[in-house]
Ligand binder design. Structure first.
Ligand SMILES: Nc1ncnc2c1ncn2[C@@H]1O[C@H](COP(=O)(O)OP(=O)(O)OP(=O)(O)O)[C@@H](O)[C@H]1O
Length: 513
């Protein structure tokens, strides 16, 4: 069926389109990469209740194609795990789980827990990017997992999304880009996104609409140049690290999440690619999404693109607030870098206590934790409480399940097709075929014209081969068995080679069922 013009127009405005926009800007990269950032209308900005109270609900035009605005608040978030590595109370053994729950309630097991997060407070709204910073092991990923609803056991504190606690419907509004990409190496960028679109977009969308959504994402994320390149990985040559990250992000924003969580999206990228990625994230945020990202050591340019920073040290917050206010805050505590330096680097030094200045307190981290408790936390909590509740229509909307995917049979068909494509490419990889054929020919020559009908004949062949090739090793009077014992290692090697070739040949021609 012909797609109507209206459909096409609707599609163009769907994926990354903002709430009522008032203008757009093109950002061009050095290699021709470009993407557009659309600005939110003043009306929409006025409605951002993280900063300004919402008065006029009617101006928030919640169309089906726009991400639902999510105002996230988290207060006094604490998390602990068992010292044996399990999250408390989540034992696989139900008896053990009950016993440990009872024991912990009776405070018998207090010492068996390790506190990972120790009271984290903050808030973030649509259009904003919150960066979680801190040294390795400080608890950034853990907090991200808790906010994304991936960790629930032994979490204390209050986390609300439009003033509603986490619920099953939210899962479909949250996108999570993990630290390690989970993309299939043999598929191209375009195939990856198309399969994801057919798997994850609602069944009532037409094929054309799904393709159009993929097209918009490829364009918005600057993936045109590599759309037909395989993802790669391991020994397979594929797209670059930056392109991988952008594909992973595309995979998540395909379903138009309102809250996008990213775990170290810039790790392993050079500063230009990292910068480019952050510009894209800014564009995604400006389209009305709430973004939280963990980041290790951002460049100063990247640091200033964040709206808010949460600096964590050993599970305690040491700074929470606007990125641009951070250096003034530390200066007010008499922490100033001796030379001009990247603020992110300076803050990480502080969070690890690595400052060589005798005029500042001995235990910097403890001091900063204390100052946060007295100066920043009360202000943030007060702001959180003073802000009006999210409007009722946003509270209601967040509890409604977003339409999702097609029937399980359709999903099975798509996954089957995807696996078939992936496996075929893997098995029929040119290098793999040449390797398998080469070894097959070699071993074939070795056994050519041999009498191998019975096991005894097979053994004779092996011994004859050794006698011919390695005569100085072999005493011809030795029995075949002792020879075989003598050459146990050789026969093992041969055995393994034969097995290997069988596996390779079978692998090359086998088609997954
Ligand atoms: N299930 C668990 N069992 C035991 N310890 C855990 C568990 N989960 C997290 N931890 C510990 O909690 C601390 C915080 O981990 P997390 O992964 O959140 O740190 P991070 O700040 O994201 O580190 P990185 O920057 O290196 O990714 C670490 O010391 C980690 O070993």
């Amino acid at each position: 069926m012909e797609e109507s013009k209206d459909d096409q127009v609707e599609e163009r405005t769907s994926a990354l389109s903002p709430p009522p926009a008032m203008g757009s800007m093109q950002i061009a990269g050095s290699n021709g990469f470009a993407h557009s950032i659309e600005f939110m209308s003043q009306t929409y900005l006025r409605n951002r209740y993280s900063e300004i109270d919402i008065e006029d609900n009617t101006t928030l035009n919640l169309s089906k194609d726009q991400p639902l605005p999510i105002f996230l608040k988290f207060e006094d978030v604490e998390y602990k795990v068992r010292n044996n590595g399990q999250a408390g109370g989540s034992s696989m053994n139900p008896v053990k789980a009950v016993v440990s729950k009872v024991a912990s309630q009776l405070s018998l097991e207090q010492d068996n827990y390790k506190q990972i997060l120790k009271g984290i407070t903050g808030s973030i709204g649509p259009g904003e990017i919150l960066a979680l910073m801190g040294p390795s092991g400080s608890g950034k990923t853990t907090l991200l997992n808790i906010i994304g609803g991936r960790l629930k056991d032994n979490v204390k504190g209050k986390i609300t999304y439009n003033d509603i606690p986490y619920n099953a419907a939210l899962r479909r509004r949250v996108g999570f880009v993990t630290q390690d990409d989970v993309l299939l190496p043999q598929l191209t960028v375009e195939e990856t996104l198309v399969f994801a679109a057919f798997l994850r977009l609602p069944g009532n969308m037409s094929r054309q609409q799904k393709y159009a959504r993929v097209e918009t994402i490829i364009k918005d994320l600057g993936l045109e140049r590599c759309r037909h390149t395989r993802i790669g990985g391991g020994f397979i040559k594929g797209i670059s690290g930056g392109e991988r990250k952008r594909t992973s992000i595309g995979h998540e924003i395909l379903v138009d999440p309102s809250l996008l969580l990213l775990d170290e999206p810039t790790s392993g990228l050079d500063s230009t690619s990292a910068n480019r990625l952050l510009h894209i994230l800014q564009g995604i945020a400006k389209a009305g999404r709430t973004i939280i990202t963990t980041i290790h050591q951002p460049s100063s340019r990247i640091f200033h693109t964040f709206d808010k920073i949460l600096l964590i040290s050993d599970g305690y917050p040491v700074y929470y607030g606007k990125a641009r206010d951070s250096m003034d805050y530390f200066a007010s505590l008499r922490f100033m870098p001796e030379i001009a330096m990247n603020p992110a680097e300076f803050m990480l030094d502080l969070a690890t206590g690595q400052v060589n200045d005798i005029s500042i307190p001995q235990d910097i981290v403890q001091y900063l934790q204390g100052m946060y408790k007295t100066q920043l936390e009360p202000k943030e909590k007060e702001d959180n409480h003073r802000n009006k509740k999210a409007p009722e229509h946003l509270q209601a909307a967040i509890q409604v399940k977003k339409e999702w995917t097609s029937s399980w049979l359709e999903q099975f068909r798509i996954i089957y097709k995807r696996t078939f494509k992936e496996r075929c490419r893997d098995y029929f990889d040119k290098l793999r075929l040449v390797q398998a054929l080469g070894i097959a020919v070699l071993l074939g020559l070795l056994w050519w014209k041999s009498q191998t009908a019975t096991e005894a004949q097979l053994r004779d062949q092996v011994i004859k081969w050794f006698q011919k090739k390695l005569p100085h090793f072999i005493n011809s009077t030795q029995s075949p068995d002792s020879l075989l014992c003598h050459f146990a290692d050789w026969s093992d090697v041969l055995h393994l080679h034969i097995l290997d070739i069988i596996v390779n040949i079978r692998g090359s021609i086998r088609v997954p069922i």
